[in-house]
Design a binder for this molecule. Structure first.
Ligand code: ZN
Length: 343
Protein backbone atom coordinates (compact mmCIF):
# COMPACT_ATOMS: atom_id res chain seq x y z
CA UNK A 1 0.00 0.00 0.00
CA UNK A 2 1.19 3.47 -0.82
CA UNK A 3 2.74 5.34 2.11
CA UNK A 4 2.11 8.70 0.44
CA UNK A 5 0.21 11.39 2.34
CA UNK A 6 -3.51 10.89 1.76
CA UNK A 7 -5.81 13.65 0.57
CA UNK A 8 -9.54 14.29 0.81
CA UNK A 9 -12.04 17.10 0.52
CA UNK A 10 -13.77 18.11 3.73
CA UNK A 11 -17.22 17.73 2.15
CA UNK A 12 -18.93 19.80 -0.52
CA UNK A 13 -17.97 20.72 -4.07
CA UNK A 14 -19.71 23.29 -6.30
CA UNK A 15 -22.78 22.01 -8.14
CA UNK A 16 -23.13 22.31 -11.92
CA UNK A 17 -25.31 25.27 -13.02
CA UNK A 18 -27.90 22.85 -14.47
CA UNK A 19 -28.42 21.35 -11.00
CA UNK A 20 -28.46 24.41 -8.73
CA UNK A 21 -27.59 28.08 -8.83
CA UNK A 22 -23.79 28.33 -8.54
CA UNK A 23 -21.79 29.94 -5.73
CA UNK A 24 -24.71 30.09 -3.34
CA UNK A 25 -25.62 28.38 -0.05
CA UNK A 26 -29.12 26.81 0.03
CA UNK A 27 -29.31 27.28 -3.76
CA UNK A 28 -32.68 26.05 -5.05
CA UNK A 29 -32.71 23.06 -7.44
CA UNK A 30 -33.08 23.84 -11.15
CA UNK A 31 -35.11 20.69 -11.88
CA UNK A 32 -37.87 18.60 -10.34
CA UNK A 33 -38.97 15.00 -9.90
CA UNK A 34 -37.19 12.26 -11.83
CA UNK A 35 -35.14 14.75 -13.86
CA UNK A 36 -33.76 16.18 -10.60
CA UNK A 37 -32.84 12.73 -9.29
CA UNK A 38 -31.02 11.94 -12.57
CA UNK A 39 -29.22 15.27 -12.47
CA UNK A 40 -28.06 14.71 -8.87
CA UNK A 41 -26.66 11.30 -9.81
CA UNK A 42 -24.88 12.77 -12.85
CA UNK A 43 -23.43 15.58 -10.74
CA UNK A 44 -22.09 13.06 -8.21
CA UNK A 45 -20.29 11.23 -11.03
CA UNK A 46 -18.66 14.48 -12.13
CA UNK A 47 -17.68 15.36 -8.56
CA UNK A 48 -16.04 11.96 -8.14
CA UNK A 49 -14.37 12.28 -11.54
CA UNK A 50 -12.88 15.69 -10.65
CA UNK A 51 -11.38 14.22 -7.48
CA UNK A 52 -10.00 11.10 -9.18
CA UNK A 53 -8.46 13.10 -12.04
CA UNK A 54 -6.82 15.45 -9.55
CA UNK A 55 -5.35 12.47 -7.67
CA UNK A 56 -7.32 12.86 -4.43
CA UNK A 57 -7.08 9.58 -2.51
CA UNK A 58 -10.16 9.49 -0.25
CA UNK A 59 -13.18 10.28 -2.38
CA UNK A 60 -16.41 12.01 -1.33
CA UNK A 61 -19.73 12.60 -3.11
CA UNK A 62 -19.19 16.38 -3.12
CA UNK A 63 -22.61 16.64 -1.39
CA UNK A 64 -24.25 16.99 -4.80
CA UNK A 65 -27.58 15.58 -3.59
CA UNK A 66 -28.10 18.07 -0.75
CA UNK A 67 -29.19 21.64 -0.76
CA UNK A 68 -27.41 22.19 2.56
CA UNK A 69 -25.23 19.96 4.72
CA UNK A 70 -27.52 20.21 7.74
CA UNK A 71 -31.05 21.10 6.67
CA UNK A 72 -31.28 18.43 3.95
CA UNK A 73 -30.65 15.75 6.58
CA UNK A 74 -33.15 17.29 9.01
CA UNK A 75 -35.83 17.54 6.30
CA UNK A 76 -35.81 13.75 5.90
CA UNK A 77 -36.79 13.20 9.54
CA UNK A 78 -40.19 12.88 11.17
CA UNK A 79 -41.18 15.45 13.81
CA UNK A 80 -39.90 18.32 11.68
CA UNK A 81 -41.89 20.98 9.83
CA UNK A 82 -39.74 22.15 6.94
CA UNK A 83 -42.52 24.01 5.11
CA UNK A 84 -43.26 26.63 7.77
CA UNK A 85 -39.67 27.63 8.43
CA UNK A 86 -38.46 30.05 11.05
CA UNK A 87 -35.56 32.47 11.06
CA UNK A 88 -32.81 31.80 13.59
CA UNK A 89 -29.30 33.07 14.18
CA UNK A 90 -26.74 30.45 13.18
CA UNK A 91 -23.45 29.96 15.07
CA UNK A 92 -24.19 33.38 16.68
CA UNK A 93 -23.31 34.93 13.30
CA UNK A 94 -25.98 35.06 10.59
CA UNK A 95 -29.74 34.54 10.15
CA UNK A 96 -31.23 31.74 8.09
CA UNK A 97 -34.66 30.22 7.44
CA UNK A 98 -34.53 26.79 9.00
CA UNK A 99 -36.84 23.80 9.68
CA UNK A 100 -38.84 23.67 12.93
CA UNK A 101 -38.91 20.70 15.33
CA UNK A 102 -42.57 20.23 16.29
CA UNK A 103 -42.61 16.68 17.72
CA UNK A 104 -40.31 13.83 18.77
CA UNK A 105 -37.69 13.51 16.01
CA UNK A 106 -37.53 10.11 14.30
CA UNK A 107 -35.73 8.63 11.32
CA UNK A 108 -38.42 6.77 9.45
CA UNK A 109 -36.16 5.85 6.53
CA UNK A 110 -32.55 6.07 5.37
CA UNK A 111 -31.49 9.55 4.33
CA UNK A 112 -28.27 9.17 2.32
CA UNK A 113 -27.76 5.41 2.11
CA UNK A 114 -28.77 5.16 -1.57
CA UNK A 115 -26.31 7.98 -2.33
CA UNK A 116 -23.60 6.10 -0.44
CA UNK A 117 -24.26 2.94 -2.46
CA UNK A 118 -24.02 4.99 -5.65
CA UNK A 119 -20.73 6.53 -4.51
CA UNK A 120 -19.39 3.05 -3.65
CA UNK A 121 -19.91 1.99 -7.27
CA UNK A 122 -17.99 4.98 -8.66
CA UNK A 123 -14.55 4.09 -7.26
CA UNK A 124 -12.75 1.09 -5.78
CA UNK A 125 -10.66 3.33 -3.53
CA UNK A 126 -11.51 4.58 -0.02
CA UNK A 127 -14.61 6.76 0.26
CA UNK A 128 -15.83 9.24 2.84
CA UNK A 129 -19.35 10.35 3.59
CA UNK A 130 -20.35 13.39 5.64
CA UNK A 131 -23.19 13.88 8.09
CA UNK A 132 -23.95 16.90 10.26
CA UNK A 133 -22.96 16.50 13.92
CA UNK A 134 -25.59 16.65 16.69
CA UNK A 135 -24.64 20.09 18.01
CA UNK A 136 -24.50 21.68 14.58
CA UNK A 137 -27.91 20.19 13.79
CA UNK A 138 -29.56 21.79 16.80
CA UNK A 139 -27.87 25.06 15.93
CA UNK A 140 -29.38 25.01 12.43
CA UNK A 141 -33.08 24.67 13.28
CA UNK A 142 -35.82 26.08 15.47
CA UNK A 143 -36.82 23.81 18.37
CA UNK A 144 -40.48 24.12 19.35
CA UNK A 145 -40.73 20.75 21.13
CA UNK A 146 -37.73 19.59 23.22
CA UNK A 147 -36.92 23.09 24.58
CA UNK A 148 -33.48 21.80 25.50
CA UNK A 149 -30.46 21.88 23.22
CA UNK A 150 -28.92 18.93 25.06
CA UNK A 151 -32.02 16.69 24.92
CA UNK A 152 -32.47 17.35 21.23
CA UNK A 153 -28.76 16.70 20.60
CA UNK A 154 -29.06 13.26 22.22
CA UNK A 155 -32.13 12.50 20.10
CA UNK A 156 -30.22 13.47 16.95
CA UNK A 157 -27.18 11.48 18.05
CA UNK A 158 -29.26 8.29 18.09
CA UNK A 159 -30.71 9.07 14.67
CA UNK A 160 -27.27 9.88 13.26
CA UNK A 161 -25.95 6.62 14.63
CA UNK A 162 -28.64 4.64 12.80
CA UNK A 163 -27.71 6.43 9.58
CA UNK A 164 -23.94 6.08 10.13
CA UNK A 165 -24.19 2.33 10.75
CA UNK A 166 -26.09 1.93 7.47
CA UNK A 167 -23.51 4.06 5.62
CA UNK A 168 -20.71 1.83 6.93
CA UNK A 169 -22.65 -1.25 5.88
CA UNK A 170 -22.97 0.27 2.40
CA UNK A 171 -19.17 0.31 2.12
CA UNK A 172 -18.25 3.79 3.34
CA UNK A 173 -14.71 3.84 4.81
CA UNK A 174 -14.92 7.12 6.76
CA UNK A 175 -18.09 8.62 8.23
CA UNK A 176 -17.44 12.27 9.06
CA UNK A 177 -19.60 14.42 11.31
CA UNK A 178 -19.45 18.15 10.64
CA UNK A 179 -19.33 20.18 13.86
CA UNK A 180 -18.48 23.83 13.08
CA UNK A 181 -20.56 24.62 16.19
CA UNK A 182 -17.71 23.11 18.28
CA UNK A 183 -15.73 26.29 17.58
CA UNK A 184 -18.41 28.49 19.16
CA UNK A 185 -20.16 26.83 22.12
CA UNK A 186 -17.29 25.65 24.31
CA UNK A 187 -19.29 24.95 27.49
CA UNK A 188 -21.73 22.77 25.58
CA UNK A 189 -18.88 20.96 23.81
CA UNK A 190 -17.44 20.10 27.22
CA UNK A 191 -20.75 19.19 28.86
CA UNK A 192 -22.36 17.09 26.13
CA UNK A 193 -21.04 17.98 22.65
CA UNK A 194 -18.28 15.39 22.43
CA UNK A 195 -20.43 12.79 24.23
CA UNK A 196 -23.27 13.15 21.73
CA UNK A 197 -20.76 13.00 18.89
CA UNK A 198 -19.37 9.73 20.26
CA UNK A 199 -22.93 8.41 20.55
CA UNK A 200 -23.47 9.23 16.87
CA UNK A 201 -20.34 7.24 15.94
CA UNK A 202 -20.95 4.36 18.37
CA UNK A 203 -20.23 0.86 17.05
CA UNK A 204 -18.99 2.00 13.63
CA UNK A 205 -16.92 -0.63 11.83
CA UNK A 206 -15.32 2.07 9.65
CA UNK A 207 -13.34 5.16 10.67
CA UNK A 208 -15.12 8.07 12.30
CA UNK A 209 -14.15 11.70 11.74
CA UNK A 210 -15.18 15.13 12.90
CA UNK A 211 -14.79 18.33 10.86
CA UNK A 212 -14.44 21.57 12.83
CA UNK A 213 -13.90 24.72 10.83
CA UNK A 214 -14.42 28.47 10.79
CA UNK A 215 -17.20 28.16 8.22
CA UNK A 216 -17.78 28.63 4.52
CA UNK A 217 -16.25 31.57 2.70
CA UNK A 218 -19.35 33.74 3.17
CA UNK A 219 -19.31 37.34 4.34
CA UNK A 220 -20.64 36.71 7.87
CA UNK A 221 -17.89 34.19 8.53
CA UNK A 222 -15.14 36.32 7.03
CA UNK A 223 -16.24 39.24 9.28
CA UNK A 224 -16.35 36.96 12.32
CA UNK A 225 -12.84 35.71 11.65
CA UNK A 226 -11.54 39.28 11.34
CA UNK A 227 -12.68 39.88 14.92
CA UNK A 228 -11.03 36.78 16.41
CA UNK A 229 -7.67 38.43 16.99
CA UNK A 230 -4.11 37.56 16.07
CA UNK A 231 -4.25 33.95 17.23
CA UNK A 232 -7.26 31.69 16.85
CA UNK A 233 -7.16 29.35 19.83
CA UNK A 234 -10.74 28.01 19.66
CA UNK A 235 -9.47 24.49 18.96
CA UNK A 236 -7.69 24.54 22.31
CA UNK A 237 -11.04 23.98 24.07
CA UNK A 238 -12.00 21.07 21.88
CA UNK A 239 -8.86 19.10 21.00
CA UNK A 240 -8.09 17.69 24.48
CA UNK A 241 -11.65 16.34 24.65
CA UNK A 242 -11.38 14.82 21.18
CA UNK A 243 -7.98 13.30 21.98
CA UNK A 244 -9.71 11.33 24.75
CA UNK A 245 -12.70 10.41 22.58
CA UNK A 246 -13.47 7.43 20.36
CA UNK A 247 -13.34 9.60 17.21
CA UNK A 248 -10.51 8.54 14.85
CA UNK A 249 -9.91 11.60 12.68
CA UNK A 250 -10.15 15.38 13.07
CA UNK A 251 -10.49 17.75 10.10
CA UNK A 252 -9.51 21.38 10.67
CA UNK A 253 -8.73 24.71 9.07
CA UNK A 254 -5.07 25.68 8.60
CA UNK A 255 -4.44 27.36 5.21
CA UNK A 256 -4.52 31.17 5.58
CA UNK A 257 -5.90 30.75 9.10
CA UNK A 258 -4.49 32.17 12.32
CA UNK A 259 -4.72 28.85 14.13
CA UNK A 260 -1.35 28.22 15.79
CA UNK A 261 -0.20 24.92 14.30
CA UNK A 262 1.15 23.67 17.62
CA UNK A 263 -2.44 23.12 18.81
CA UNK A 264 -2.62 19.92 16.73
CA UNK A 265 -0.07 18.35 19.05
CA UNK A 266 -3.03 17.95 21.44
CA UNK A 267 -4.58 15.45 19.03
CA UNK A 268 -2.00 12.76 19.76
CA UNK A 269 -2.97 9.40 18.30
CA UNK A 270 -5.64 10.80 15.99
CA UNK A 271 -5.45 11.26 12.23
CA UNK A 272 -5.33 14.99 11.52
CA UNK A 273 -6.91 16.18 8.28
CA UNK A 274 -4.94 19.38 7.82
CA UNK A 275 -6.87 22.04 5.90
CA UNK A 276 -4.42 23.14 3.21
CA UNK A 277 -6.92 24.75 0.83
CA UNK A 278 -8.60 28.07 1.68
CA UNK A 279 -12.30 28.01 0.71
CA UNK A 280 -12.79 31.77 1.18
CA UNK A 281 -10.66 32.88 -1.78
CA UNK A 282 -10.70 32.17 -5.49
CA UNK A 283 -6.92 32.36 -5.55
CA UNK A 284 -5.72 28.83 -6.25
CA UNK A 285 -2.97 27.61 -3.94
CA UNK A 286 0.27 26.41 -5.46
CA UNK A 287 1.37 22.83 -4.67
CA UNK A 288 4.28 24.39 -2.76
CA UNK A 289 1.86 26.37 -0.52
CA UNK A 290 -0.09 23.18 0.19
CA UNK A 291 3.13 21.33 0.97
CA UNK A 292 4.22 24.17 3.28
CA UNK A 293 1.13 23.85 5.48
CA UNK A 294 1.46 20.07 5.67
CA UNK A 295 5.18 20.40 6.41
CA UNK A 296 4.40 22.70 9.36
CA UNK A 297 1.93 20.13 10.67
CA UNK A 298 4.66 17.48 10.57
CA UNK A 299 6.44 19.20 13.44
CA UNK A 300 3.61 18.22 15.77
CA UNK A 301 2.00 15.08 14.33
CA UNK A 302 3.56 11.91 12.92
CA UNK A 303 3.45 11.79 9.13
CA UNK A 304 1.34 8.63 9.12
CA UNK A 305 -1.42 10.59 10.89
CA UNK A 306 -1.34 13.58 8.49
CA UNK A 307 -3.88 13.88 5.68
CA UNK A 308 -4.14 16.84 3.31
CA UNK A 309 -7.63 18.31 3.21
CA UNK A 310 -9.60 21.45 2.39
CA UNK A 311 -10.37 24.00 5.14
CA UNK A 312 -14.10 23.48 4.61
CA UNK A 313 -16.60 22.77 1.82
CA UNK A 314 -15.91 24.25 -1.62
CA UNK A 315 -19.60 24.70 -2.53
CA UNK A 316 -19.51 28.50 -2.75
CA UNK A 317 -16.58 28.62 -5.23
CA UNK A 318 -16.74 28.59 -9.05
CA UNK A 319 -16.36 25.05 -10.43
CA UNK A 320 -13.13 25.64 -12.35
CA UNK A 321 -11.50 27.18 -9.26
CA UNK A 322 -12.59 24.25 -7.09
CA UNK A 323 -11.20 21.75 -9.63
CA UNK A 324 -7.88 23.62 -9.72
CA UNK A 325 -7.76 23.64 -5.92
CA UNK A 326 -8.26 19.85 -5.85
CA UNK A 327 -5.30 19.47 -8.20
CA UNK A 328 -3.16 21.75 -6.03
CA UNK A 329 -4.09 19.74 -2.93
CA UNK A 330 -3.11 16.41 -4.45
CA UNK A 331 0.04 17.83 -6.07
CA UNK A 332 1.13 19.47 -2.81
CA UNK A 333 0.70 16.25 -0.84
CA UNK A 334 2.68 14.38 -3.51
CA UNK A 335 5.41 16.99 -3.44
CA UNK A 336 5.90 16.56 0.29
CA UNK A 337 5.57 12.77 0.08
CA UNK A 338 8.41 12.66 -2.47
CA UNK A 339 10.50 15.02 -0.35
CA UNK A 340 10.05 12.62 2.59
CA UNK A 341 10.81 9.56 0.46
CA UNK A 342 7.35 8.10 0.93
CA UNK A 343 6.04 5.89 -1.86
ZN1 ZN B 1 -16.49 23.44 7.38
Amino acid sequence: MSQRIKTAISGSLPKPAWLAEPEKLWAPWQLQGEALEQAKADAMRLAVDDQLRAGITVIGDGEQTRQHFVTTFIEHLGGVDFVNRKTVRIRNRYDADVPVVIDKVVRTKSVFVEDAKRLRKLTKGPIKFTLPGPMTMIDTLFDDYYKSREKLAWAFAEILNQEALELAAAGIDVVQFDEPAFNVFFDEVRDWGVKTLERAAQGLSCKSAVHICYGYGIEANIKWKQGLGEEWRQYEHVFPLLANSTIDQVSLECQNSRVPMELIAMLKGKDVMVGAIDVATSTVETPEQVADVLRRALKYVDVKHIHGCTNCGLVTLPRDIAAAKLQALAAGADLLSKELGLD
